[in-house]
Design a protein around this ligand. Structure first.
Ligand SMILES: Cc1ncc(COP(=O)(O)O)c(C=O)c1O
Length: 285
């Protein structure tokens, strides 16, 4: 089965999808991206992902140049033709080809859609939980989703060595800000605590907040230290593809009794139901 990608709205087999070597995404690392997934073949949270990609693209002066209907058309066609039950969609925007000076461009901006099998973690990861490590670093432009993930490389190397799933950024003041590709949340008694400073405002996390509150948890946005994380009752990471994934060990320290907690299970089930319903409603089905 060959994957299908789209370059500026044109769907082609993956091996034929290409952009110019003059693209500023390639030459200067100037780009914004989003990752979202489908439920029953329909994109989830597309309006929010579009809002965020244009906010990120604003950092390099790029105005919106395609709309939600265009993304839906591309995703619908790729979903139908690819045969994948569900898609993980990476959508990348750059200013296009280099012109004069450092950031000057000529011609049109670039929009690429890379849609592949969703490849979510196996159910065993949700049943047994996964592990994380921490590392000292700061993301460049942390509230935006730019294509530069180099600051996370060291963390993911440490994670790979430790057999861990994720690496948590710790800033120079000792606060845990987020994961390399996820937000970090923890539960202490009936309080969910999550950092909002110097991290990506996650769309998954925003979707979980009203669900957590409706289930009786109090939402508390605050700075958290590594010790706070080590001593939490439950720790979770959130991202579009992983939804809510429980973390049972951080830096080798066992969180609570080392088992996946009930709240993590409840939140994931409720969030998933919400995603399925809202993806269908947004698609008008
Ligand atoms: C650095 C970073 N933080 C947080 C997230 C989670 O964001 P979302 O829930 O919108 O997928 C991601 C997702 O890729 C990320 O890369």
């Amino acid at each position: 089965m060959s994957d299908l990608f789209a370059v500026n709205g044109r769907i082609v087999p993956a091996e034929q999808a290409s952009i110019s070597v003059l693209d500023l995404g390639f030459l200067r690392g100037v780009g914004a991206f989003e990752t979202f997934r489908t439920y029953d073949g329909h994109p989830h949270g597309l309006a929010e992902h579009l809002r965020r990609i244009w906010e990120s693209a604003e950092s390099f002066g790029q105005k919106p140049f395609f709309d939600e209907a265009a993304v839906r058309r591309v995703v619908r066609e790729i979903h139908q033709r690819s045969g994948h039950a569900e898609l993980r969609v990476n959508m990348v925007v750059t200013p296009g080809n280099h012109g004069e000076g450092v950031f000057g461009t000529v011609g049109e901006p670039t929009w690429v859609v890379i849609a592949r099998d969703v490849h979510a973690p196996p159910e065993s990861s949700y049943e047994q939980g996964v592990t994380a490590v921490t590392f000292h670093a700061a993301r460049h432009l942390p509230t935006l989703k730019t294509t530069s993930y180099l600051s996370g490389r060291k963390g993911l190397e440490l994670a790979a060595k430790a057999g861990a799933h994720e690496a948590f950024y710790v800033d120079d003041k000792g606060y845990v800000t987020e994961g390399v590709t996820s937000n970090v949340l923890m539960r202490v008694a009936n309080r969910v605590m999550t950092p909002v400073a110097d991290c990506l405002p996650g769309i998954t996390k925003a979707g979980i907040k009203p669900i957590a509150e409706s289930l009786g948890l109090t939402w508390y946005e605050c700075r958290i230290t590594r010790d706070d994380v080590y001593t939490a009752d439950e720790v979770w990471i959130t991202s579009a593809v992983r939804e809510v994934l429980p973390i049972v060990r951080v830096d080798g320290k066992v969180i609570a009794d080392g088992k996946v907690g009930d709240w993590g299970r409840k939140l994931r089930a409720a969030y998933r139901a919400h995603c399925i319903a809202s993806a269908r409603a947004d698609a008008g089905v």
